[in-house]
Design a protein. Structure first.
Length: 445
């Protein structure tokens, strides 16, 4: 039998903060998970937490603990999975230090995670958000601080941990036009601030106490604002805002709802999920896809815009007359938004699209799907595509990196267009590719 206490202490005090460099929030969450587990196990085994042994934490006891936090504590499936993840991380840590517990650790790590419902994100409308921002009293110091916190949380889409940890040296106190954020996973980003947010922050900096902690937002004691403190502030101002706008009374307003609201408004303004991902500091686009499912009108609007862009591109490629440069540039601006990210070539996933790469792909696709293998007299489609490629490059696009044959039809037009793009795309990075690229660009009028 192996005592649990020394190994759990090493895991929480040395392995997580030093070897894994886990954030303080992760260390606190793991420690709280084991606090709940040890209290439950001590009650079930009728012993003290310090006398619990590793072998006693078997799968039946762990499953009973997970059921306990769901039924007795009312935890959701996500919270249950988070507690189980902490337990599995500890037994993965034991595998390399206690060979005698290998089989026990294997059985514990075989406990499956519970599936969770992918609910739509909750967000506020523009009027609801404005009512919430107007709730704090601007005549009081606490109201000025609360107004600045609400504005910054919404405009920057910050997590509550990011909001309360912002320090004075992370903003430019002269202009207050941008903010430096250290996000989840140690991912840093710099965000510009709206005029309303800048005005609210300047008003708070003018009355902020000179003494106290280095964090931007302080509580009444002059100490750094906590996550629980901001949740209290948000709930306090949500009540009068709901009296002004009754639709708020039916919604559960949390700090993360402000982040979701920022994402939805940014998506409607930019029509680009990649910009939303960069604004929020997501590690991948998969985390941002939840906002595409939240609003059905956004899907319909996107479909209409995509169809219009493709129709305009086909009109350009089939025109009997060469289009004007301004028309070409407008087409480029629309086309790169409608490229699917799931296209494959030769069994391989294509690289992520930049605006320029998307332009190459959609123009090539449109040019060979017009069901007209023979160009009209006086129309040189290769010449038109070369103009569009050159125009895209003139807008600051990088060298193309596509490495695929973009056509599945053996038509004369497909062959000629593919040969043009093969020089500019498939051979990029080589001397031959550079020569073909230069030749294609020089063919513009």
């Amino acid at each position: 039998m192996t005592a649990l206490a020394p190994h759990l202490t090493t895991f929480l005090r040395e392995h997580l903060p030093r070897e894994r460099r886990a954030s303080p929030h992760t260390c606190e969450a793991y420690a709280y998970s084991f606090q709940l587990l040890l209290c439950f196990a001590a009650s079930r085994l009728r012993t003290t937490p310090s006398r619990i042994e590793i072998e006693q934490l078997d799968p039946p006891l762990l499953l009973a603990f997970l059921e306990h936090i769901e039924r007795e504590r009312g935890n959701s499936a996500r919270t249950r999975n988070a507690r189980l993840a902490a337990i599995k991380a500890f037994f993965r840590f034991l595998e390399y230090r206690l060979p005698s517990c290998l089989d026990h650790a294997r059985r514990v790590r075989a406990i499956p995670m519970m599936k969770v419902d992918e609910a739509l994100v909750s967000h506020l409308s523009r009027d609801e958000m404005q009512a919430l921002l107007d709730a704090p009293n601007p005549r009081q110091v606490s109201g000025i601080r609360d107004r600045a916190m609400l504005h910054l949380a919404f405009a920057a889409g910050l997590r509550v941990s990011e909001l309360v940890s912002i320090r004075l040296d992370q903003i430019d106190r002269q202009t207050v036009t941008s903010i430096h954020v250290m996000g989840k996973g140690r991912r840093e980003r710099v965000l510009p601030l709206w005029k309303e947010t800048t005005a609210a922050l300047k008003a708070w900096l003018a009355v902020r106490p000179a003494s106290g902690d280095a964090e931007l937002f302080l509580n009444a004691m002059g100490r750094a604002m906590t996550r629980a403190g901001f949740e209290y502030i948000l709930a306090k101002h949500a009540a009068p805002a709901a009296q002004k706008l009754p639709s708020l009374a039916d919604k559960r307003i949390t700090p993360h709802v402000l982040r979701h609201t920022c994402a939805m408004h940014t998506l409607k303004a930019t029509r680009d999920v990649r910009k939303v991902s960069l604004w929020l500091g997501h590690a991948s686009l998969q985390s941002t896809e939840i906002y595409l499912r939240a609003d059905p009108t956004e899907k319909l609007g996107g479909a209409c815009r995509d169809g219009a862009a493709v129709a305009q591109a086909r009109s350009l490629c089939c025109s009997r007359q060469a289009p004007r440069d301004a028309e070409v540039h407008r087409t480029i601006d629309k086309l790169y938004r409608v490229i699917p990210l799931s296209n494959t070539a030769g069994g391989k996933q294509l690289p992520r699209r930049t605006p320029h790469n998307c332009t190459l792909h959609i123009i090539a696709h449109v040019a060979v799907t017009t069901r007209d293998p023979h160009p009209h007299p006086g129309t040189d489609r290769n010449h038109l595509i070369a103009r569009i490629i050159a125009a895209a490059r003139s807008q600051g696009a990088a060298e193309p990196i596509l490495t695929f044959t973009p056509f599945g039809k053996s038509t004369a037009m497909a062959s000629s267009t593919a040969s043009l793009l093969a020089g500019s795309a498939s051979l990029a990075g080589t001397k031959a590719g550079s020569a073909c690229w230069t030749k294609a660009c020089r063919r513009q009028v």
